[in-house]
Design a protein around this ligand. Sequence first.
Ligand code: CTP
Ligand code: MG
Length: 230
Amino acid sequence: TERWVLVPAAGIGARMGREIPKQYLPLAGHPLLSHTLENILSWPGIAGIAVCVADADCWFEALPEANDPRIHRVAGGAERADSVLAGLRYLEKHAALGAEVLVHDAARPCIAVADVERLMDGEAPHGAILALPVSDTVKQVRSAGETEIERTLDRSRIWLAQTPQRAPVALLRHALEQALADGVAVTDEASALEAAGFSPRLVPGSRTNIKVTVPEDLPLAEFILATRRQ
Ligand code: CTP
Ligand code: MG
C-alpha cells in the first residue's frame, strides 16, 4: 500500500499569542515546521508529504524543505478539519488508488520514529491513532466554562488522542466530508471515522509527542529534541 503523510499547517496559533503562526517560530535555531518535516522525511516508506498551508502564508516557501520534491504544498482551510479535507482531496488525485494516509500535526515536532513504526505495524482498515492513557483524574462539568464538578469520569477508559492518525485516504475523505456536512465536531481524524460508524484502534504513544500550543511548550519541545539527539 502506498503511504502518504498529510500535515495540517494552516493554523494561526492563537493560543501562542505571537505575531507569526507557531509553526514558524524558531525552535533550537530552526522553524518549528522544519523540525516536523525533517522528522517525517526520516520515516520509512513514505511516498510523499502534503502540507496544508494558508493561502496568505508567506513563510512556507522560505523553509529549506519547501523545494524537496517529496513535499507538496496544498491550500488549507478555515478549520483544521477543512485543511485536512483539502489535503485528502489532493491525495485522491495524486496518490495511488487504495493509498493510506498518516495525518500529523505541524505542531508536533517531537514525534519519535519508533512510535510511528508501531502505528504503521499491521493492517488498519478502519484507522489507527497514537494515544496516551491519562494520568490525572478527569472531572466533567455540565457545560463549557462551568466550574462546578458534575462527576468524575472512569480514568481507566480515557485516552488522549495524538497524531499521527492513520487511515485509508478514501475512507477518511468520505467520513470527514459526511461529518462536516452533519455538523459533527471533528477535532481529529478518528472522530470523523467514529461518526461514520467505524472504530479506529488505539496505539499507545509517548508523552514526549507534545502539541506545541502555548509559550511554555517551546522550551519543553527544545528539551525533548535535545534529549533525542544525545
Ligand atoms: N491547522 C490547520 N488549519 C486550520 C487550523 C489548524 O491546518 N485552519 C493545523 C495547525 O497548523 C496545527 C494543527 O492543525 O499544526 C493542530 O491545530 P492547533 O494546535 O489548534 O493549531 P492552531 O489552530 O494554529 O492553534 P490555536 O488553536 O491556538 O489557534
Ligand atoms: Mg486550533
